[in-house]
Design a protein around this ligand. Structure first.
Ligand SMILES: C[S@@+](CC[C@H](N)C(=O)[O-])C[C@H]1O[C@@H](n2cnc3c(N)ncnc32)[C@H](O)[C@@H]1O
Length: 166
């Protein structure tokens, strides 16, 4: 039932009609319809977000340096490195030396090197975009393969999920 039909029902009742179990029933139906519409919208949004990020191509360093937002990206990355470093220091200062991290919205693994530098013990990577999670995992495996034998790289798990619903 659309909004207009719901309004019409209410008007009929106001005119003395008693269809559908009275005002309370109409109000309840109206609320149910609104709930349905908003949950469909939420689903639409998550599908859109996932397909947007899934369709983004991994580009090499050369292409990245030609991007209009190259310097802003560099700045963001630098800022994130500082924040990650500071937070890890605080966490270690508070007790546990073996730090586990839950990276919600890990994307294609743009922060893997930061976690490596931070010397964490375990990383859980979660993202709504399945393609990104796969690329993140490949990047992690590649990083591990190329690392020095003496370097202990953190263990990792990869989860494709809408983090707002977990
Ligand atoms: C701007 S990107 C950042 C990626 C990564 N953290 C980085 O810095 O390279 C945002 C990421 O959040 C993910 N994302 C958005 N909404 C999400 C949700 N509800 N659940 C899980 N991941 C989500 C997107 O798929 C995307 O990979």
């Amino acid at each position: 039932m659309d909004l207009q039909s719901a309004r019409n029902e209410t008007v009929k009742e106001d005119e003395g009609g008693n269809r559908g179990g009275g005002k309370a029933a109409v109000k309840r139906r109206h609320e149910e319809e609104e709930e349905q519409t908003s949950s469909t919208k939420v689903l639409d949004h998550s599908v859109k977000v996932a397909s947007h990020y899934n369709s983004l191509q991994e580009v090499g360093l050369a292409a990245r340096s030609r991007s209009r937002i190259f310097f802003m990206r560099n700045f963001n990355n630098w800022l994130k490195s500082i924040l990650i470093g500071e937070v890890l220091e605080q966490v270690r200062g508070a007790g546990p030396q073996q730090v586990s991290v839950l990276d919600l919205g890990c994307g294609k693994g743009g922060d893997l090197l930061k976690w490596r530098r931070g010397g964490i013990h375990h990383l859980v990577c979660a993202d709504i975009a399945a393609v990104s999670v796969d690329q993140c995992q490949s990047r992690y495996e590649d990083m591990k393969k190329k690392s020095h034998v003496n370097e202990k790289i953190f263990s990792a798990q990869f989860i494709n999920a809408d983090c707002t619903k977990v």
